[in-house]
Design a protein around this ligand. Structure first.
Ligand SMILES: Cc1cc2nc3c(=O)[nH]c(=O)nc-3n(C[C@H](O)[C@H](O)[C@H](O)COP(=O)(O)O)c2cc1C
Ligand SMILES: Nc1ncnc2c1ncn2[C@@H]1O[C@H](COP(=O)(O)OP(=O)(O)O)[C@@H](O)[C@H]1O
Length: 315
């Protein structure tokens, strides 16, 4: 998959390089959940049928991040994750439109004439609630009218799971409230975080549970504090472990920024500075303040056993 970052207005060189009959799925697609996947797989299928490339056009940063004056709560799939997932879905071209104040003022008509029609998009595929242009004034009908017959528009119906509409906002709520099973069902995979192993307080090794401290690589949505069973991708190895997302109330007061500490089973290497991708498989319990270190150690041991059971892990 090729990734192309484009600013408004699109330059003639960009048009010259990328104009070709193509099918493009349009949307923010943060999370790439089952609803987004149904839009994207429709676009890929239509592209294959027509014998043209399948593309996705998305915006970065998230419009809410730009317009919300700094209180945006993060991404479910930051750029790198989005790229990896889209490539796995058969998308050949990813257009990332640089979102800023200027773009937020572009009318639906200008957006279509400047950013879409020059690319020779034969079919644009959008979700049922797609909005675009200044103040979200444009929708799928507007897109179709402005396409002047040159660009067809396909709208994909909401994707339902157990009668509920799968949505990024629903996933965010589930992650924040510890309903990981529901979030993962809506993703159609496990929620994951990516980061680099940094230095912690060097206490882990003294209590028999060394923990790799994950420094998140991007502005992820932070899941509920507490203990998780995790599957960890490190280089080409798959490892299993138990992760605490928390502020360690047994040792600290007044900390608000959570740390991400992973104890890996049957593992004893120095991995400082290494990149890990961490799949959150199950939520085990909330974080607590323990009266003694021995009580915390016993609980971590029990958490490790619980996680092994949930992961089907055997030494
Ligand atoms: C599975 C697991 C569960 C944990 N649960 C708690 C907890 O409930 N409360 C708490 O204060 N700390 C908890 N911790 C964090 C430990 O306090 C922490 O790992 C230890 O202090 C080592 O920190 P360090 O890696 O910075 O040296 C947990 C850690 C793990 C690995
Ligand atoms: N089983 C393990 N799980 C996690 N990290 C381990 C493990 N074995 C060794 N390590 C290494 O030890 C470090 C964690 O030790 P710890 O005493 O908790 O130090 P820190 O407070 O710096 O994280 C990890 O960053 C990693 O390099």
């Amino acid at each position: 998959m090729r990734t192309v970052t484009i600013s408004y207005p699109m330059l003639p060189e960009t048009v010259a390089q990328y104009a070709q009959p193509q099918v493009v799925a349009l949307g923010q697609f943060d999370g790439l959940h089952l609803g987004h996947a149904s839009v994207i797989t429709s676009a890929v299928a239509l592209a294959r049928e027509a014998g043209v490339p399948a593309a996705v056009m998305t915006f970065y940063p998230h419009p809410k991040d730009v317009m919300g004056k700094g209180d945006y709560e993060g991404y479910l799939t930051p750029a790198k994750d989005k790229q990896e997932l889209l490539a796995g879905m058969g998308v050949e071209l990813l257009y990332i439109i640089a979102f800023n104040e200027e773009l937020s003022r572009v009318s639906p008509a200008d957006f279509v004439s400047v950013m879409l029609l020059p690319l020779q998009i034969v079919t644009a595929v959008v979700g049922f609630d797609f909005r675009f242009g200044h103040k979200g004034e444009g929708d799928a009908d507007t897109l179709s009218e402005l396409g002047q017959g040159a660009m067809k528009v396909e709208t994909v119906a909401p994707f339902l799971l157990d009668g509920e509409k799968v949505s990024s906002s629903g996933i965010r709520k589930s992650l924040l409230s510890g309903e990981l099973d529901k979030a993962n069902a809506w993703f159609g995979r496990c929620y994951h975080l990516r980061g680099i192993v940094g230095h912690g307080e060097k206490r882990g090794r003294t209590i028999g549970f060394p923990t790799a401290n994950l420094q998140l690589e991007d502005r992820y949505v932070i899941p509920a504090t507490g203990v998780y069973a995790v599957k960890v991708f490190y280089r080409d190895e798959v490892l299993y472990g138990v992760m605490n997302v928390g502020v360690k109330p047994t040792f600290h007061e007044g900390v608000t920024k959570p740390s991400f500490e992973i104890h890996l089973f049957d593992f004893a290497s120095d991995i400082y500075g290494q990149e890990l991708k961490v799949d959150l498989v199950s939520y085990i319990r909330a974080e607590r303040k323990f009266e003694s270190i021995d009580a915390l150690i016993a609980q971590i041991g029990a958490d490790a056993e619980t996680a092994k059971g949930l992961l089907g892990y055997h030494s």
